[in-house]
Write a protein that binds this ligand. Structure first.
Ligand code: F6P
Length: 348
């Protein structure tokens, strides 16, 4: 493929890391090599394009990374759209590096920047990533399956100690805007109550569920709460501090403690809290996430090869396909009523 031999594909990973990113990077390099493209790895998300830091990726440099968590390229929550200067630097550095095509791997924020660049004429393809699984337009993001597996294992462990001590265990999991991890891991782990941003509940309703369960002889309970859950009527989410990240997001955290204190006060059931935090994002990806990341990476290069820019690769049923980036970044994929209804059947 002589015509492509000098063509360069840039790839970056932005936002919170997640298991499966290295599978995407490896697949992009392998597929690109097969089609005659060079690949340049941009370091630390959009920051690498603002500061001009990138390195060539070869078959050798991506060898052995498939089972590794995190991202060999590094990541950051840099928002280059914050100033005219950083917007210009991104476009200048794309030129300076000779990047003909860009693959942006990220969630809502990273893909939002990607969409802006498409409108600026950058030949770009997006790959959806986040453990939160909330990117619209794809049935699943990679990283989610691994996070669900980790949380399910944690719930299983908490069950045995909850039962021994007859305690209520509140497990706080990630999920800023949506409760996918809480819902799916909660179902898999047999949680007795699942609290998610999509469905505010009163503390009375939560305690009622637990009291009914204890009344029928099950004197321990597991409550899974997503960090973005709000008690009905609460003005805002519980935050760790007042700081905002570059995309204007607060640092969530602490809702588990709030719920646990209220449960103990009202029901007198001894209650403990476990915050799983970044354990959910770390570690080796499941087989599912490795394969999904691999299929996304191959598809991203194929889209570039076919000249289909401004698209995001996605999973629809069992098929890998693509949709316009614009359709993916305008809204979030939330836990729908069918999931909520199924989870509720097992409350109490
Ligand atoms: O990647 C998304 C996410 O997992 C959110 O659920 C969470 O609020 C956020 O990352 C926390 O990320 P960090 O602490 O790395 O900024």
């Amino acid at each position: 493929m002589d015509t492509n031999s000098q063509r360069v594909i840039g790839i970056l990973t932005g936002g919170g890391d997640c298991p499966g990113l290295n599978a995407v990077i490896r697949a992009v390099v392998r597929r690109a090599d097969m089609l005659g493209y060079k690949v340049l790895g941009v370091k630390n998300g959009w920051l690498g394009l603002v500061d001009g830091i990138a390195e060539p990726l070869s078959l050798l440099s991506v060898s052995g990374i498939l089972p590794r968590g995190g991202t060999i390229l590094g990541t950051s929550r840099t928002n280059p759209l914050k100033s005219e200067e950083s917007k210009r630097k991104v476009l200048d550095n794309l030129k300076k590096f000779g990047i003909d095509y860009l693959i942006a791997v990220g969630g809502e924020d990273t893909l939002g920047v990607a969409r802006y660049l498409v409108n600026e004429g950058v030949k770009l393809v997006g790959v959806p990533k986040t453990i939160d699984n909330d990117v619209e337009g794809t049935d699943q993001t990679f990283g989610f399956d691994t996070a669900v597996q980790t949380v399910t294992e944690a719930i299983d462990r908490l069950h045995t100690t909850a039962e021994s001590h007859q305690r209520v265990m509140v497990v706080e999991v990630m999920g800023r805007h949506t409760g996918w991890i809480a819902t799916v891991a909660g179902l898999a782990g047999g949680a007795d109550c699942i609290l998610i941003p999509e469905q505010p509940m009163t503390i009375e309703a939560i305690c009622d569920i637990l009291e009914k369960r204890h009344a029928r002889g099950r004197v321990f309970s597991i409550v899974v709460v997503a960090e973005g859950f709000k008690l009905a009527g609460a003005a805002q989410e519980v935050t760790r501090d007042q700081k905002l990240d570059a995309f204007g997001h607060t640092h969530l955290g602490g809702i588990g403690e709030v719920i646990a204190q209220e449960i103990e006060k009202r029901t007198k059931f001894e209650t403990r809290v476990t915050v799983l935090g970044h354990i959910q994002r770390g570690g080796t990806p499941t087989a599912f996430d490795r394969v999904l990341g691999t299929r996304y990476g191959v598809k991203a290069v194929d889209l570039i090869h076919e000249g289909k820019f401004g698209e995001m690769v996605c999973l629809k049923g069992t098929q890998i396909t693509s949709i316009p980036l614009g359709k993916a970044v305008t809204t979030l994929k939330r836990v729908d009523s069918e999931w909520i209804r199924t989870a509720e059947i097992f409350y109490g």
